[in-house]
Design a protein around this ligand. Structure first.
Ligand code: HEM
Length: 223
């Protein structure tokens, strides 16, 4: 007999399906070194620089995506991080921050995937939107505290603007609302499409881990 049970909320499916990938990203060598305060300021500056390429890709087609029936409700200028990263990079690398900043191979692969999806498959783009912004609103807050302590940035100031969502009043309430939007998006897709989006979410985490691996090669801990 066909089941008439409502499908598990899409937000819960995304979270549980990507939990192993989340753990892998969190426990990656680069993140572990960052979380234990063992990286230099230069490594942190490089992470910020690489994230600038990622957010430029995520936010580059926002105006177009805002008109998409399913993805549109997620496009919210309160989340945009490109300008915050630029302020951080000016502090970290100086006024000429853009010169000499190049995407690492993993960053290039990651941004190419986001750009492809933003143009051709907005539901897939949503998986990337979720992976980055909900992560920034969650674990990102832990990273901010560590960065302030390790490299002496002013609390919520220059160097860590990326982690400060000034226009998101209450992050816990925002995340609840975001999850409700994810649940509605899931209901607008059929099961095959939902599965494809879940797979893309795992891929988004893996692309982040690959970026951390690239950074780790560049900034190994000195013995
Ligand atoms: C430094 C390592 C990290 C730590 C300590 C960390 C920690 C956390 C914590 C504590 C939560 C739960 C927050 C809550 O339920 O309100 C969370 C959620 C999340 N994190 Fe991370 N995280 C880390 C790295 C990452 C990375 C690298 C990504 C992806 C790029 C990521 C993406 C997410 C997402 C998407 C969620 C939301 C899960 C959901 O509720 O649906 N995290 N993280």
């Amino acid at each position: 007999m066909p089941s008439h049970e409502p499908p598990t909320a899409f937000s819960a499916v995304l979270r549980s399906a990507s939990s192993a990938e989340h753990e892998a990203a969190e426990q990656s060598s680069f993140m572990s070194h960052l979380l234990t305060g063992r990286l230099g300021r230069d490594a942190y500056a490089e992470l910020s620089g690489q994230l600038w390429f990622v957010y430029r890709a995520l936010e580059g087609r926002a105006a177009e995506l805002a008109r998409h029936p399913v993805v549109g409700p997620f496009i919210d200028s309160a989340l945009f991080r490109t300008a915050a990263l630029e302020r951080d990079l000016e502090h970290l690398r100086g006024p000429g921050w853009r010169s000499g900043l190049t995407p690492l191979p993993a960053t290039a692969a990651y941004t190419a995937r986001i750009e492809e999806l933003a143009a051709d498959w907005p539901h897939g783009y949503l998986a990337h939107h979720y992976t980055r912004y909900l992560g920034d609103l969650s674990g990102g807050q832990i990273i901010r505290g560590i960065a302030e302590k390790t490299w002496g940035f002013e609390r919520k100031g220059a160097g860590v603007h990326f982690y400060v969502f000034e226009e998101v009043g209450n992050p816990a309430a925002f995340k609840r609302d975001y999850r409700a939007r994810l649940d509605a998006a899931g209901l607008a897709m059929d099961e095959v499409e939902r599965r494809r989006v879940v797979d893309e979410c795992k891929r988004a985490f893996t692309l982040n881990s690959a970026l951390f691996a690239d950074l780790d090669t560049r900034y190994p801990l000195s013995a």
